[in-house]
Every structure is written in structure tokens, then in C-alpha cells.
Design a protein around this ligand. Structure first.
Ligand code: ZN
Length: 466
């Protein structure tokens, strides 16, 4: 009986193997050889991007763009101008199928805002209201503060929170973990009867600079105003209150939410020569917060993605599959433009080979983060070896990007740029996100990685296995 079971099992295994072989009949050695044949093309791309004529181009294009347009908040006039600017720029660059795809995005404006400590001494606080926050009454909210270091502490001291302004002085662990205080700070404070929430900015470093970002309310819980304050002010208030001082703050916010606005995802292509319906997507988001210039988040990612298409065009290359650039809109409000793009295009999901997004800075790159099957990972590892001339060959786990997450959740392989993010959150969503934090040589290297990978995946004989 056991033997029979074993025979059946072996038969099934054999069948399974056969199926796999018929889907992917080529031995891995063959695929490896195919990839290593791209080493000359990879060198050409690297030379053009890093040492040749295209050197510093993505940086210079980005500077002209952000210096001309400025920050690009969802629903704002300047985001509209940015999209028109890019439409023209991509056309002038000679790219194909340049077009705009209409979507609806949130429209919130911060208006006038201020916060002043009125007790125990007069001190003006640096604040940035959070995206989607409600306003205070015109005369503001004046209340004593309750300082907490965690949601747990807030819940333990729920009785004390009634009628107060809750100040979160949480410790920064990492962005992913600590950002919960920005996202849910007002909601949790409102549940225990607070009048407003002031949250220590989500950053490990500060020169009295508040950082904004999106936050959310919940049905059935009162909406209270929410803003981020600087590390320095959060710690000042915490120290004063630990000495037993009564700290009173007057918060004024003129924020307003308008009906959703018309906007667009901006698209350009190099149409594939053999499988034009199949797509390798490279992307970054065009919108930003309303402070700084949005040069880092995500101007850099958007412009190295454009650069990938420019470099391939300049070298006279045309991959077998279509290389598609998408500049997303409404990302900062929660990937709103990308979600509508996914809904519109998901019926063609089997044609999407890989989706790529760069949205964590374009600092010194170390490689690529990738989400996909083990087989696909093996192929990507080989492709990364083509970047040996600039020594940026690492393949990490977990490709990331709000805008490409819809596709990755549905099983499409996804990749994001891995770079040195040591300083990323110093500037993120703050007045400090300007061209001054960008570096042309680092952008050249990022563009080279982005271009080699997207070109080779788009040109290989077969799509990445899922
Ligand atoms: Zn971003």
C-alpha cells in the first residue's frame, strides 16, 4: 500500500515537472547566457547615463521642473501645471503615445495655520497641518495639553484627555512603524474626548522643521484638527509637563476640503517591437506635499523613470515589449491615481511583465528590491550582474511602492530602487525637500540601474515567470 502510494506520488511529481517544463522549457543556463549577452548594451547604457552626454540630465531636468512649478499638492493648480509641463516635455523628447489618463483626486488646502504656547510661557510652535485635517473654529482652540509617548499611554490616561490637546511625543523607531502616530493620532485622541492632536513629526532628525503627511478619520468618531510639530517643540512640551507645569496651547487651522478634482496620470512609451501589448512599467509620482519642492519625494523617482526612456531612445534601442512610463497623480493622498489606473487596466494584467516604482529617494543606489517568484528572482539576480561596471548589483526582498502595490498584490512582479535612505526622512514631507538634497551623480547612477533593468526585462525572450 505504501509502495503504491509512493508510485502514485512519483507519477504526480513527474507530471508536475512536465507541466513546468512545458511552460518554461529552457534550462536556467540558457537564460543566464541570454542575460549575459546584454553586457555590451548594459555598458552602453551605463556609459551614456553616467559618463556620457546624458550625464546629469535627469538632475538638470528635475531642477528646471521643480524650480519652475514648485510643490504640487493633490488638487492644486500647480499640480495641474506640472502635468501639462510634463506632457509637453515628454512630447518634445520624442517619446511615443504620450497621453494623459483622467482620474479624480482629493483636494484639500491647509489655509492659514499657527500654534502658540501661551502657558507657562509664550512660544510660537512650528506646525504643519496634516492632509485631510478639519479646521479649528476661527478663534482657534485653546486648551491644556496632555503629553503621551504611545497609544497605550493615551488609553491608560483616557480620563485625563477629555477637552485637552493631545501631544504625541512618541519615539522614532522607523518610518513604517512610527507613521501610525501621524495616521491615527487624531482618531485615537478623539475617541478619548480630546479637542485636537499635535504629533511629533515622523523623522529621526530635525532643525525645528515640522513634517506633514496624510492622516485619516473614521466614521462615527468626531473629526478633530491634527498637525505635526517639530521634534524640538514636542520634546520641550514633554519636559515642561514632566516638571508639573501646566502647558496651554492655542491652535488655529484654516484647513478646507473641496470636492474631488480632475487630474491625470501622465503616460509615455517606447512601443515594443515584437510584443507591443506586453508592458514593463517604470514610474514615480508627480504630486507632492505643499511644502518644499517635492524634489526628493518624488521628483527624483519620476525623473529617473523618464530618463530610462530617454536613454533607451537615445541609444536607438527598441525592446521587444513596450516600455511604459507612468507619472502617477494623487499618490500622497493614498495612491489615488494609481488605484484608478489599476482598475482601468487590470483586465490586461497578464500583459504586465514587471511594475517598477522609485519612491524612496534617488540617493546613492545599492540595487533593487524585488517581489516575485523564486524563478523570477533568480532571473533578476542575473540581470543585476550587468550592473557590475558601477558595482550596484544587489537584489533585495520586497519591492515597494504605494502606486505599484495594486499590481503586486494581484501577483505581478514588482521592483523598487534601493538607495541610501539615511537622510530621506530628514527631508520627507517638509520644507527641506528641495533640489538642494539631490545629487546629480547619484541620480545618474540611479538612472543607469533603472534603465538597464527595465530594458533587459522588456527585451528578453520571455516574460518574467510569475
Ligand atoms: Zn512619495
Amino acid at each position: 500500500m505504501k509502495l503504491l502510494f509512493l508510485i502514485v506520488l512519483m507519477y504526480m511529481f513527474d507530471q508536475h515537472k512536465g507541466n513546468r517544463l512545458s511552460n518554461n522549457p529552457r534550462p536556467f543556463e540558457d537564460i543566464k547566457r541570454e542575460i549575459s549577452d546584454y553586457s555590451e548594451v548594459a555598458k552602453k547604457i551605463i556609459n551614456l547615463a553616467v559618463y556620457g552626454k546624458a550625464q546629469n540630465r535627469s538632475y538638470e531636468r528635475l531642477a528646471l521642473f521643480v524650480d519652475t512649478i514648485g510643490p504640487r499638492l493633490s488638487g492644486s493648480k500647480s499640480l495641474e501645471l506640472a502635468i501639462q509641463y510634463m506632457y509637453k516635455a515628454l512630447k518634445n523628447d520624442g517619446l511615443e503615445n504620450v497621453h494623459l489618463e483622467q482620474v479624480k483626486i482629493p483636494h484639500w488646502e491647509r489655509g492659514e495655520e499657527s500654534a502658540v504656547m501661551v502657558e507657562p510661557r509664550n512660544h510660537s510652535l512650528a506646525i504643519l497641518g496634516l492632509g485631510g485635517s478639519v479646521a479649528t473654529p476661527p478663534e482657534g482652540i485653546t486648551a491644556e495639553v496632555l503629553v503621551v509617548t504611545s497609544f497605550d499611554e493615551l488609553h491608560q490616561r483616557a480620563q485625563e484627555a477629555q477637552g485637552k490637546i493631545v501631544v504625541y511625543n512618541q519615539r522614532y523607531v522607523n518610518y513604517g512603524e512610527t507613521v501610525l502616530y501621524r495616521g491615527r493620532g487624531a482618531l485615537e485622541a478623539a475617541k478619548v474626548g480630546a479637542k485636537a492632536a499635535l504629533i511629533k513629526s515622523i523623522t529621526p532628525f530635525s532643525i525645528n522643521s515640522p513634517h506633514t503627511g496624510i492622516q485619516s478619520y473614521a466614521v462615527g468618531v468626531p473629526k478633530i484638527p491634527a498637525a505635526c510639530i517639530s521634534l524640538e517643540d514636542a520634546e520641550l512640551i514633554a519636559r515642561m509637563s514632566s516638571w508639573g507645569s501646566k502647558v496651554v496651547v492655542t491652535l488655529k487651522m484654516g484647513a478646507k476640503t473641496y470636492p474631488d478634482a480632475d487630474s491625470f496620470n501622465t503616460v509615455a512609451e517606447i512601443v515594443g517591437s515584437k510584443y507591443p501589448e506586453q508592458v514593463v512599467l517604470v514610474s514615480g509620482h508627480l504630486d507632492s506635499w505643499d511644502v518644499g519642492q517635492g524634489a526628493m519625494d518624488d521628483g527624483g523617482g519620476a525623473f529617473i523613470s523618464w530618463e530610462a526612456l530617454s536613454l533607451i531612445k537615445d541609444l536607438g534601442l527598441r525592446p521587444k515589449r513596450t516600455l511604459r512610463l507612468v507619472l502617477w497623480t494623487g499618490e500622497e493622498q493614498g495612491g489615488i491615481g494609481a488605484e484608478q489606473y489599476y482598475k482601468l487596466h487590470k483586465m490586461n494584467i497578464s500583459n504586465f511583465d514587471v511594475v517598477m516604482e522609485s519612491d524612496e529617494g534617488t540617493f546613492m543606489p545599492s540595487g533593487l528590491a524585488f517581489t516575485g517568484s523564486d524563478e523570477a528572482r533568480g532571473i533578476m539576480k542575473e540581470i543585476m550582474k550587468l550592473l557590475k561596471p558601477i558595482n550596484i548589483t544587489q537584489l533585495f526582498g520586497n519591492g515597494e511602492g504605494t502606486d505599484i502595490s495594486y499590481w503586486m498584490k494581484a501577483g505581478v512582479p514588482g521592483a523598487s530602487l534601493n538607495d541610501d535612505i539615511t537622510k530621506y526622512f530628514w527631508f520627507h514631507h517638509s520644507q527641506g525637500d528641495t533640489m538642494t538634497v539631490q545629487n546629480p551623480m547619484e541620480m545618474n547612477l540611479c538612472a543607469a540601474v533603472w534603465t538597464v533593468v527595465s530594458y533587459v526585462v522588456a527585451d528578453m525572450e520571455e516574460k518574467l515567470p510569475v
